[in-house]
Design a binder for this molecule. Structure first.
Ligand SMILES: NC(=O)c1ccc[n+]([C@@H]2O[C@H](COP(=O)([O-])OP(=O)(O)OC[C@H]3O[C@@H](n4cnc5c(N)ncnc54)[C@H](OP(=O)(O)O)[C@@H]3O)[C@@H](O)[C@H]2O)c1
Length: 300
């Protein structure tokens, strides 16, 4: 029995439901996908690594005994062209059923400043701008819920409209990761307002402190494994970290909630409602940031 995991959730019946989830090739997304498939969902999994994705799909089909448990599509969130093609492929894969739940779990960190082919700071592209474009393109097909995995790291994010991609300096992993997650929180706040009354819900999620690949950011495999060993007693496993995502995707919740672990500092624990930072609740700023982001991805 895993006290911080999904076992205490009311088990949903997801038979006949179509879920689209990014980030299922690794980490807590893979654990969430396994559980959702066990609960009967049909999963469309957009991934950037075909081989990692195929391993997950084989496991889901084997463990559930269902061929329709999972299907891969291609998606690189760091590339706007790939997101556009990916949205079309997802729409074809989903077919007439539409999307009951769209889950954005994919995310990443880099050790130094990198730019995507579109000229974006890479973390901002993958953690915020790519998911925003994908959501806008898929919105006509979504008729249930949108779940956006952000992070409590949004608390140390600052938006600088004059230099959103850190071209003039000031780059640090903490500053950019924080900005990318605050951008996602603000875009999520704006989207929740736009979705009000449409029947589609939006939920935001902070998974907690979870031991996954995301922690492997030192650039040295030995140091990464040392950090993992030292932090193991304090952080959650990927299975435990999947619980807030499963909670946000399947439980009855007020529209626009922010979900995460109930322990000290929201680092670990059972899923509950979390407060968000004051900056992440500023609706006027959320509209400005969303307008900027929509223009960046070519939708304005
Ligand atoms: N772990 C934590 O403590 C923690 C805390 C707060 C928030 N989060 C958030 O939780 C989410 C899941 O992270 P995790 O901890 O499970 O990390 P992870 O193990 O590194 O998994 C990240 C997932 O995102 C995918 N991804 C990365 N870049 C992508 C791209 N350009 N296009 C498409 N997919 C891409 C990865 O695909 P590949 O397999 O191809 O790499 C992988 O499936 C992220 O949004 C992260 O920011 C995590």
């Amino acid at each position: 029995m895993n006290a911080m995991g999904w076992e205490h959730l009311t088990e949903p019946d997801l038979r006949g439901r179509t879920l689209v989830m990014t980030g299922a090739s690794d980490g807590l997304g893979r654990e969430a996908a396994l559980r959702l498939a066990h609960w009967g969902a049909r999963l469309i999994l957009p991934v950037r690594s075909r081989s990692k994705g195929e391993a997950v799909v084989s496991r889901l089909r084997r463990e559930t005994g269902r061929e329709d448990a999972a299907q891969l599509t291609r998606l690189d969130l760091a590339d706007l062209g790939s997101v556009r093609e990916g949205a079309e492929e997802i729409t074809r894969a989903v077919g007439d059923s539409g999307i009951d739940c769209l889950l954005h779990v994919a995310g990443m960190v880099t050790r130094r400043r990198e730019e995507t082919a579109d000229g974006f700071e890479r973390m901002l592209a993958v953690n915020a701008l790519g998911p925003l474009l994908l959501t806008e393109l898929l919105r006509p097909s979504v008729h249930g819920r949108i779940v956006l995995v952000t992070s409590d790291a949004h608390r140390f994010g600052r938006i600088d409209a004059s230099d959103p991609h850190f071209r003039r300096g000031g780059w640090s992993l903490r500053a950019v990761y924080g900005r990318s997650k605050l951008t996602a929180m603000l875009w999520g706040l704006d989207l929740a307002e736009r979705l009000r009354g449409t029947g589609t819900e939006l939920q935001l999620v902070h998974p907690g402190w979870v031991l996954t690949n995301l922690q492997n950011a030192t650039g040295s495999a030995r140091l990464d494994s040392l950090v993992t060993d030292v932090t193991r007693p304090f952080a959650m496993t990927a299975e435990q970290g999947a619980a807030p995502v499963l909670f946000a995707a399947t439980q009855p919740l007020p529209h626009g909630s922010y979900i995460g672990p109930d322990g000290r500092g929201a680092l670990r624990g059972r899923p509950t409602f979390l407060p968000r930072s004051k900056a992440a609740l500023d609706l006027d700023h959320a509209r400005e940031v969303t307008d900027w982001a929509l223009a960046e991805v070519g939708l304005r």
